[in-house]
Design a protein around this ligand. Sequence first.
Ligand SMILES: *Cc1c(COP(=O)(O)O)cnc(C)c1O
Length: 432
Amino acid sequence: MKAATKSRQLYQHALKLIPGGVNSPVRACKSVGADPLFIQKAEGAVIVDADANRYIDYIGSWGPMILGHNHPAVLKAITRVLARGTSFGAPTDLEVELADMVVRAVPALDMVRMVNSGTEAAMSAIRLARGVTRRDLVVKFDGCYHGHADTLLVAAGSGVATLGIPGSPGVPRSIAGHTLSLPYNDSAGFEKLMREKGDRIAGVIVEPVAGNMGLVAPAPGFLETLRTLTAKHGAILIFDEVMTGFRVAYGGAQALYRIAPDLSCFGKIIGGGLPVGAYGGRQEIMAHIAPQGPVYQAGTLSGNPLAMAAGIATLKQLQKKGFYQKLEKKSARLVSGLAQAAAQAGIPVQVDHVGSMLGLFFCAAPVRSFEDAKTCDLKRFATFYRGMRAAGVYIAPSQFEALFLSAAHTNAHIDTTVAAAEKVLGRLGQAS
Ligand SMILES: *Cc1c(COP(=O)(O)O)cnc(C)c1O
């Protein structure tokens, strides 16, 4: 591993020009006591920094790169469409094709609207829920992240969790006051809230598998309770599948757990590495969106042809027989390797996966909520992160983030990763 000289120089320059030197807070490595790596290129499962150091990549651009980087089919699709022009601000065949693929893939969708990010998807789904129900209150769950729209920046996960801030300055109290946040997996708490306020609640938004406080799977019955009680009280149930969509299964978490939400949000994978988000649901709800209905939502670059082409090409690969089974097998291999390495070192960890979403907590007890996640050993995680990076393994610089596997990861990549973890955890075990 060469010294990160160029990365450091770029970072020093960036710090003067860009707040914190990064264009999204999660890219900073402050909480793990490191500087961010600047990336030059990536291919398959390998990402290369500005100093030509190579790493096995488990961030995958925070979720989109389920095929690995620079997949030839995606590259080809983008190149072909590029020759037609980059943006028209008018409908194209490509957005109809991707909409058709998404609607066919996801059980609860009749219609879908393309936007440019997961943030926009969740923000627009909330507006739609409020517009349809004519109610204001929104329920979310602590440690879930739904992008950075005002309404949803309450007790949020991802970078907000890493920075340890409960909300954000700039979100008026009067707006945050419309958002109620409950512990994840707390069915009883949710029941109580719905009993008291159910008829004032516009929508309930949830990550059906939480991936922004580390990985936290839904407890048996939790999603079912959300479904039953939102239906009973006339509130809109929104699954934020920006991370889980086309990740935990082709049809998302709703296909995996067989629960149909009223609205679903997408992003990440459906853009194949270009900026895309989408939200969709039943026809009678989606019909409220302008210009079909009165709930306004728009976008200059929405349905961008390059992004649509990347999404279509990605989804086509995901449709191949056995795609998810193979990915699942590799994820299981990594999870059991990491668990064994930790056990050997005598370090208590919680490692889990749902499909190719993985989580690693330095915690003795199972993690079922953000409260639980916060009790884990962040200092240990920081040491682990730095050790793994020095050994050529690139994971998210926060315990409150998931790891992602791609189809480009081979058993050899996984075994190299586990061998690195054995060494790093072994040293951690001796130090404690
Ligand atoms: C990443 C993510 C978002 C935000 O998507 P952006 O494209 O970063 O705006 C929203 N919800 C979930 C569940 C996410 O994982």
